[in-house]
Design a protein around this ligand. Sequence first.
Ligand code: SAM
Length: 282
Amino acid sequence: MAIAEFINQIIPGDCLEVMSRFETGAIDMVLTSPPYDNLRDYQGYVFQFEAIAKELYRVLKEGGVVVWVVGDATIEGSETGTSFKQALFFKEVGFNLHDTMIFKKRNPIPQIYRRRYNNEFEYMFVFSKGPVATHNPLMVDCLHAGLELNGTTYKNYSKNDQKRAKLAKPVKNQKIKGNIWEYVVGKNLEDQEAKGHPAPFPCELARDHISSWSNAGELILDPMCGSGTTCKVAQQLGRQFIGIDISQDYCEMARNRLGVGNKLQPSLPLETANHSCQRSLL
Ligand SMILES: C[S@@+](CC[C@H](N)C(=O)[O-])C[C@H]1O[C@@H](n2cnc3c(N)ncnc32)[C@H](O)[C@@H]1O
């Protein structure tokens, strides 16, 4: 089946199976959040991380990015480190680890004191297939905009001439935002539609990534789309989308959010599962 058949659809099924039907290099950008550690093996279904990472590399265009939002469970007193292992495997597959970004939660889950600091972030690994083709950076205001900060920056104009000239350029109004992004989880009005899913990420997070790493008209894939946050925001931003989820119920939820029908019913071996995820505790 050609990629055109899947565009602007929410497809129930195992993402590995569904992606195997896509042409190589058909996808401009992927934004997704996989099931976390506790779901590696559930109801007989094993999350085939390594095969999925390889398939993502195949279906992505040269210059495209995969944003992989993930956190670690703490099991028997130790963080699993699965997120790091996954990041290193993406590199083995051929991706560049373009940026290790942090999703900082303004309203983290209060934790029972276990001789450690409260966990309040997840990773947002940005992997690229070769050099990144699109970066529309988010900008923030400079604290000292317009000020001439004297006496801090000097430059040698030539090796022989040791005279130094002071560069007192006024500070710019704006600069590129840093790579720690803060969001409120589950409280914003636009996120209420996703309430039936245990672990949606905020629409604002999806908006910031999709606008940063893609352009209007491009095709965004979320292979584990849950409540459809990535697809909803892609639609709002004038991108095309494909959402896949193994749960029929979540696909239904995503379709309702997006106002898209149930046109495509591929005959895939569907498995519904216990889809509890770490972010569900928020
Ligand atoms: C962390 S949740 C994603 C939440 C989503 N970002 C949102 O905003 O609603 C992970 C999702 O992966 C789905 N999933 C797990 N294994 C899958 C697979 N092999 N193929 C497709 N979806 C899968 C689960 O059903 C779950 O909805």
